[in-house]
Design a binder for this molecule. Structure first.
Ligand code: GLC
Length: 425
């Protein structure tokens, strides 16, 4: 059974492989996505070690001069997706979007380096990526933390990777819809509308793109101009984990100055993250920078920080929280708390379980010694695939496969899980 699933996962990676990058799935997402590539490289490693490095190198080949690594790279034309390059107008040699995505590349590169069979190749390729990842991290602090708080803000829900999370609802109300003009969504040609964001949300997504485009994508202007500035604990935890991993790599490659800088940053960020802990919810919360207040929304974004080296007390509380969720749902981990009135088990990031998030959470839980909770998450993830196939996300109550099918990062995570549990040698 496991070998069969493993082989199917390998086939999906091959099916979505474009040679030097991978599409998340054909049709719905026909370009290269930032954190999809970083996480997918971990599965690719087991098929072709060199190819895994190429995935991340292609992503960084499109890094902007200011250090930003874009959320989508439009390698070739495809009118099956909206908004395409003509909407973003970022004026790049190969068109890209002008916003970013969760910076998980530092973590992925360290994992590739530590697992490497071809150590000489891995050290060489990691050394070349190191300054580029560092420049991206630098960009975050100059562009998204102007007041030097230690935490960075996202300016568009798409940056979080959790596009339509309930977390953004209240802040999103401030984003107008007037004057956006007519546009034609393409996502609904590929998927069930009940699994996708609403039309109202799409108008706001596009309004923000138009605002930033009007500022010529100048990072020194975007932060303060945006009516949407949210500190997402999950996003920050991914950045902090990548900083820690970058520091460890830098040390092993003899780059002591870089190592020290990344460590200082991650220590400061971890301290600042503590202020977002909610005793009531037993998880971290988002913070709305525009109104200066936390967002009391029980989503996966507040559990994901266990991926970074948070303190024992909070990681233990998160493990307990997930154990409780495990009694409520059949398959961990729901992206939104099922008891909350806004929970919707099939709608994208408002309830469904996602394997990439399961992977990052289980990784952190294991590091902190919460092996039973991690094992439950991993076994639920594999069960979801066995019954529902390699879907984009799944209803955590029924296991119904939702969104797009034949998903690259879902396949990559399955490969990871089967290798980590030893189910496939
Ligand atoms: C959706 C997801 C995002 C992902 C992208 C491509 O927009 O919300 O996290 O990167 O699809 O798979």
């Amino acid at each position: 059974m496991s070998t069969n699933i493993f082989n199917q996962a390998v086939e999906i990676l091959a099916r979505n492989d474009q040679g030097h990058y991978t599409v998340p799935t054909h049709g719905l997402y026909p370009f290269q996505w930032n954190w999809d590539s970083a996480l997918s490289s971990l599965g690719q490693y087991y098929v072709d070690e060199s190819r895994a490095w190429t995935e991340i190198e292609t992503l960084f080949a499109h890094q902007w001069d200011d250090g930003m690594v874009p959320h989508i790279i439009f390698h070739k034309d495809d009118d099956g997706y909206y908004p395409g390059p003509e909407v973003w107008q970022t004026n790049r040699p190969v068109p890209t979007t002008g916003i970013t995505q969760p910076p998980v590349a530092g973590f992925a590169v360290r994992r590739l380096l530590e697992r490497a069979k071809d150590t000489e190749m891995a050290r060489r390729r990691a050394a070349a990526l190191l300054p580029k990842i560092a420049a991206w991290h630098d960009w975050f602090y100059k562009a998204r933390d102007p007041e030097n708080t230690g935490l960075v803000a996202i300016l568009h829900p798409w940056e979080s990777g959790r596009d339509n999370s309930v977390d953004w609802d209240a802040a999103f109300e401030r984003v107008p819809t007037e004057g956006v003009g007519e546009f034609q969504r393409r996502d609904l040609n590929h998927t069930n509308p009940a699994h996708r964001p609403t039309q109202e949300q799409y108008k706001r997504y596009i309004w923000l793109v138009q605002l930033f485009r009007g500022l010529n994508w100048d990072y020194t202007k975007l932060h303060d101009a945006s009516p949407f500035q949210v500190v997402d604990p999950g996003f920050n935890a991914i950045l902090l984990r990548s900083s820690q991993d970058l520091a460890a790599m830098a040390e092993s490659l003899g780059e002591t100055e870089l190592a020290a800088k990344e460590r200082t940053r991650s220590d400061k960020g971890l301290r600042a993250l503590n202020d977002l802990w909610s005793e009531k919810r037993q998880q971290y919360l988002c913070y709305d920078r525009v109104i200066g207040d936390v967002i009391d929304s029980p989503s996966i974004g507040g559990l994901l920080p266990v991926f970074a080296h948070i303190d024992k007390e909070h990681s233990t509380a998160i493990a307990r929280h997930i154990d409780e969720l495990g009694k409520r749902v059949k398959y961990l981990v729901p992206s939104h708390h099922p008891d909350d009135e806004n929970y919707d088990g099939a709608r994208y990031w408002r309830g469904p379980a996602w394997l990439i998030v399961n992977y990052m959470i289980s990784d952190g839980l294991k590091r902190e010694g919460h092996h039973d909770t991690a094992a439950r998450i991993i076994s639920d993830s594999v069960k979801l695939i066995e019954t529902g196939g390699f879907a984009e996300y799944f209803d955590p109550m029924t296991g119904e496969p939702c969104g797009g099918l034949h998903f690259t990062w879902t396949a990559a995570m399955v490969i990871e899980f089967l290798k980590l549990t030893g189910e496939v040698a």
